[in-house]
Design a protein. Sequence first.
Length: 324
Amino acid sequence: MSFRETVRVLPHRTMRSLFISLSHRRSLARLAVRSPLTRPVVARFVAGETLDAALPAIVALQNAGLRTTVDVLGESVTSPELAAAAVERYLATVAALSARGLDANVSLKLTQMGLEIDRDLCRNNVMRVVEAVETVNGFVRFDMEDHTKTDATLDIWRAAHDRYAQVGVVIQSALRRSSADVDAITAAGGRVRLCKGAYDEPSGVAYRTKQAVDANYARLMERLLLADAHPALATHDPRLIARAIQIVEREGIARDRFEFQMLYGVRRDLQRMLIDRGYRVRIYVPYGMEWYPYFMRRLAERPANVGFMLRAVLHEEARRLRGR
Ligand code: FDA
């Protein structure tokens, strides 16, 4: 059976686990990042490898009426020097967005700031980014990684939010604990981005079926909307988006009290449709060299992307051979 056929017949959950486990493989990351074959495929999900390359995409989105949050790709850094370099990239990004009059809204991962090296080091690094964002009246969102990082992420979020209110955090409907976390964050006046969760989590801490994850998303979304907690509803799921619109219309919730969020390159048709209907939509725009784990999670979410990737790689290879 060819690789493509295997991809088609394997259950979604198996494929998802496979790609998420491959996302941790540093040797594959090195190979993929060096290969010219991966470039055109990655470009669908990643705005560029440098800030200069990504800026036109950010400007184009904002000109089209979409909002953006910029993610400087990187995670699980293994040395204080790499964490410090990540901080510098964020400071440069915030400065560049602000200098161009663009929305200074960024998203970051705590393992990129050194969470797995030392918690205090991470907190100090995060605070440097928060201070820079505060200086330009921007917004910073802490992405949520796998469940072993949830407590630390929420602790550091609390400290950052005490200092500057425009710091938000992400909650994953896949996790069983999320209902309590949503209540605690909302009580503290914090802003939640609600997503389903992109990691392969054990059943002790997470719902393992799509049905259960979606049902929890619907419950938490309704609670956040009714609490007037300025939620960011991060999903491309048309059923959940329709449910959100139903709640908002039923309750007469104003359109500036929440926003939809989607990933760069995913469901551009839905992004446009929501904008045309007058909703706020923010696009998560990643850029940087360290795109491999992010990209693998996008493959894990939608097995059809693997076919898309294989077609593009074969197309590139054929072009290369023709050009010989
Ligand atoms: P679902 O996976 O059910 O997909 C619904 C439909 O959306 C699919 O049928 C398909 O049409 C489309 N779709 C979804 N993913 C696609 C893809 N990769 N390529 C093409 N089409 C796709 N996760 C996390 O753990 N921590 C975080 O901090 C964040 N942050 C974040 C920010 C933003 C703005 C978004 C939109 C998402 C995240 N996520 C995340 C990822 C999130 O947890 C989840 O893995 C993906 O959004 C996919 O789930 P959906 O809600 O889109 O539903």
